[in-house]
Every structure is written in structure tokens, then in C-alpha cells.
Design a protein around this ligand. Structure first.
Ligand code: BES
Ligand code: MN
Ligand code: MN
Length: 455
């Protein structure tokens, strides 16, 4: 057993109780009423970084939520790793579907339940504990380390790119280490080498100037819900392809090597269907589930409203209806261009009888990391050492918009070393994080810093 492993095992209970305290802070970034909790959470992270032995710990205010920075730069001629994570979390509704309150963490069957457990507080905290472990067991670190922990990831990191640009010198690094993705399956060490981008839109439609009696007017006036539904239906064809002209123009196609690699992952379709309670899968013709969810661009309605949705029946033609529609993008698709193509097409197919408005709510680019990069090799070795198994490579459907900016602005490759599981209910009620993976993640992080230091 290594000294690192010994220290982690001897201190795991304390690490978990610190994580429990972190998870009690309702740092929901999108809700104005939680701004105080965001500040409290940033301060909590500062204290833990201090205890771990980091230096120059600073809270940088932004236009919205603060960024926490810390560093340990004692080595000459050693590479520097920038560790990125986020301390903000998603809202908790529908809160009535939680078995226990979202900000009162409980441990059950080796998993800790709370909002932010897997996304991303639990995963971010692994790195603080790995640095503490290395410093306390060896008195030094194998590489220089910087921490950048933000509070706006869940709202699309609106101020972080400007921060990267302004603090480019301070943040300079040879690699960026991120744990905010998932293992392909339990027990399988996984490096994610691709993330999708995002364009998030809102469509509002308006018909008559007020709600109308559906008997008096029904059939003679434009019904905003009927027509909005028709417009949404037109966004896909019978093969599950998105019909927006130009949507696929810039898409980087999957390579045969990637498709072969995905096949080797032995994706279990029955388990997948069972885990989310669906009778059958659905998607773009000609692609497998892994490809559809990780490497192909898609369009989904996230929410739709209008008219009467209470219990019972009310006979009414609504005045207004609307929908939130997101598109997940792949490398080389420009989210601003896609938002424009979407807007143009919606206006094109909008029935003249309706007033239609389209808003571009937010977006971000996809990211790809070349897997032949030595930093990926170091990460893969580290994960294999912790798990005792060969590391696999996959692409994920989720988005972390700032990853592309790290690569562009800091010119540093990103290592996506996620220890979550897609079944851990991120963004959903009863979010949790497997504490066995929390422990392994601390080891993966420490071993990665050691591997990267060998160069
Ligand atoms: N950690 C997730 C991204 C993620 C989820 C990566 C699952 C891989 C697998 C991140 O916190 C997130 O939720 N991102 C948002 C981005 C958005 C708010 C701009 C997403 O993907 O919806
Ligand atoms: Mn996250
Ligand atoms: Mn998230």
C-alpha cells in the first residue's frame, strides 16, 4: 500500500464529514435569493484550500458570482497543473420528489445524497483532498498546482472567459485537470475526450390578444399551442435528423476508429433502458446510443407552456404559448451560428397568423482533447493504477463550456477525469455520489499529479 492510499484511508471519514458540510450550503447559482449562500460557499472552499496547504488564496469577484483561486508553486522546472471545478449547483425542484432534503446530506448504501454531491462539489473536493494528502505525506507536491473553482458553471460561466483572458498569466498551466464528468460504468476508469456544446433558445408565440372561449372561437382563429406544436414537430424529420437548414454543415464526423472504440465498450442497452424506465430508445437513424448521446448534434424541447394545465377541464383557446429548446452541438459547430440558423428557420416556418419571437438564452462550444497527448496518457495511467483496470475513452453528451476556452486562451490541454456516474441523478431529485468513487477519485488525482511530475 502506498503512503498516499494509507493517508486517504486513515482520513476518509474526516474527508466525508467535510464534504457533508460543503453540501449543506445551498449554492444555487441561478436563483438571486441564494447569492448569500454562493458567497458562503466560496468562503468555505477558501478555508478548505487553506487547511490543505495552498497559498495565495483569493476570492475574485465577477459581475455575478466569485471565482476562488489558490496556488502551490514551490517547484522550479516542474510542470503546472490547473485544477478546475465548480462549487455552484442546480436548483432543487421538484423538491417534493426528494426522499431527504437536498441540503441535508445523508449517507445510504455508501452513497452521499445531496444537491451537488456528484455535480460538482464531491468531485471538485477530491482534488483538494488529494493535494492535502500529498503535502501531508511527502511534504511537497510532484508538480506545481493552481486551483480555479468557479460559481457560475451551471448558468453557462458567463464571466469566466473574461477572467481567463485578464488573468492569463496567473492561470498559465501545462494541463487543466477537471473532474465533472462520469465513469462509463461503475468500476471502469474512464477518460472523457469530448464534450458537446450547447445553444439554448426560447420561442414565444402569441395569437389572439386574450384567452378566448374555445366554443365561440375554436376552429376559426390561430391556436398558439396547436401551431407551436406543429412548428416543433417540423424541427425533426422521420429519420430523427434536425431539419434546420445548415445545421449539420460544420459537423466533424465520427471516425471509424472512434466508432470501433465505442463498440468495444460493450454498452449494455437493456441496463440503460431499465435504469431510466423506457420501453425503447429513440434517436437519429444510423447511429448507436453512445454516438447519439455523445458525438452527434441534437435538438430537444426542454419545456413547453400555454393555456390551461390545471386539474379538470377548462374550455379555452390561449392567447400565448412558448417553449425552451436546446441544441447539443459537436466540435466545429459554432453555437452563435447555430442559434442564428435556428432563429431564421423558426421565423420561416412560423404561420403568419402568429406573432413569434425567438431568444438566444445562452450557449457554448463543444470541446475535444486529442487522446494521443502525453497528459492524457498520464491521466490514463493514474486511473488504471487506482482502479486496477485499463482506462477506457469516451465522449460525453453534457457540456462544460469553459473547457474550450481553457484550450484556446490558456493553450493547455484539458484532462476530463470524471468519477461520477450518469445514474447519480445530476440536475434531478435525489442526486448522490458514490463514496467509493470519491475515495478512488482522490487517489486518481494524487497519482495523476505524480505521473505528470515524472515527465
Ligand atoms: N457536469 C456537467 C456537465 C456534464 C454532465 C458532463 C454529464 C458530462 C456528463 C455540468 O455541470 C453541466 O451540467 N453543464 C451544463 C452546461 C450548461 C448549464 C451551460 C449542461 O451540460 O447542461
Ligand atoms: Mn458540473
Ligand atoms: Mn451541472
Amino acid at each position: 500500500m502506498t503512503g498516499v492510499q494509507q493517508f486517504v484511508d486513515n482520513n476518509l471519514e474526516r474527508f466525508i464529514s467535510e464534504l457533508t458540510e460543503l453540501l449543506k450550503i445551498p449554492s444555487i447559482s441561478t436563483l438571486p435569493e441564494n447569492t448569500g449562500d454562493i458567497v458562503k460557499c466560496a468562503d468555505f472552499v477558501v478555508e478548505r484550500l487553506r487547511e490543505a496547504g495552498l497559498n495565495n488564496i483569493t476570492v475574485y469577484p465577477t459581475k455575478r458570482h466569485p471565482v476562488v483561486y489558490a496556488e502551490w508553486l514551490e517547484l522550479k522546472d516542474a510542470p503546472t497543473v490547473l485544477i478546475y471545478g465548480h462549487y455552484d449547483v442546480q436548483p432543487v425542484d421538484p423538491v417534493e420528489l426528494w426522499s431527504t432534503p437536498p441540503f441535508e446530506p445523508v449517507i445510504k448504501d455508501g452513497k452521499i445524497y445531496a444537491r451537488g454531491a456528484t455535480d460538482d462539489k464531491g468531485q471538485m473536493y477530491m482534488h483538494i483532498k488529494s493535494v492535502e494528502t500529498l503535502l501531508k505525506t511527502t511534504g511537497t507536491l510532484p508538480v506545481n498546482v493552481k486551483f480555479l473553482i468557479e460559481g457560475e458553471e451551471e448558468i453557462g460561466s458567463p464571466n469566466l472567459e473574461e477572467f481567463l483572458t485578464q488573468k492569463k498569466e496567473m492561470l498559465k498551466a501545462d494541463a487543466v485537470l477537471v473532474s465533472d464528468t462520469a465513469l462509463f460504468e461503475t468500476g471502469l476508469p474512464t477518460i472523457t475526450y469530448g464534450l458537446r456544446g450547447l445553444a439554448y433558445m426560447q420561442v414565444d408565440v402569441e395569437g389572439p390578444n386574450r384567452d378566448l372561449h374555445s366554443g365561440t372561437y375554436g376552429g376559426a382563429v390561430p391556436n398558439p399551442i396547436n401551431l407551436l406544436a406543429e412548428m416543433i414537430a417540423k424541427l425533426h424529420d422521420e429519420n430523427g435528423k434536425v431539419t434546420i437548414p445548415g445545421f449539420y454543415d460544420d459537423v466533424v464526423q465520427l471516425t471509424q476508429a472512434e466508432r470501433d472504440n465505442f463498440k468495444k465498450l460493450n454498452f449494455n442497452l437493456d441496463r440503460y433502458k431499465e435504469s431510466i424506465g423506457i420501453n425503447d430508445i429513440y434517436g437519429e437513424a444510423g447511429y448507436t446510443t453512445i454516438e447519439r448521446a455523445g458525438a452527434r448534434p441534437t435538438l430537444d424541447c426542454n419545456g413547453i407552456w400555454g393555456g390551461f394545465a390545471g386539474s379538470g377541464a377548462k374550455t379555452v383557446i390561449p392567447s400565448k404559448a412558448g417553449a425552451k429548446i436546446s441544441m447539443r452541438l459537436v466540435p466545429n459547430q459554432d453555437h452563435k451560428k447555430i442559434a442564428e440558423l435556428f432563429t431564421k428557420y423558426i421565423y420561416e416556418i412560423a404561420p403568419p397568423a402568429l406573432k413569434v419571437t425567438v431568444q438566444d438564452l445562452h450557449g457554448g462550444p463543444a470541446a475535444m482533447v486529442p487522446i494521443d497527448n502525453p497528459v492524457i496518457k498520464a491521466a490514463s495511467n493514474a486511473m488504471s493504477k487506482a482502479f486496477g483496470k485499463d482506462t477506457v475513452y469516451t465522449r460525453e453528451g453534457g457540456s462544460i463550456p469553459i473547457i474550450a476556452s481553457f484550450q484556446r486562451i490558456l493553450e493547455a490541454p484539458a484532462v476530463l477525469m470524471g468519477l461520477g456516474l450518469n445514474t447519480e441523478n445530476l440536475h434531478s431529485p435525489n442526486e448522490h455520489f458514490d463514496l467509493g468513487n470519491f475515495r478512488l477519485g482522490i487517489l486518481c488525482s494524487a497519482y495523476f499529479l505524480q505521473e505528470f511530475g515524472k515527465k
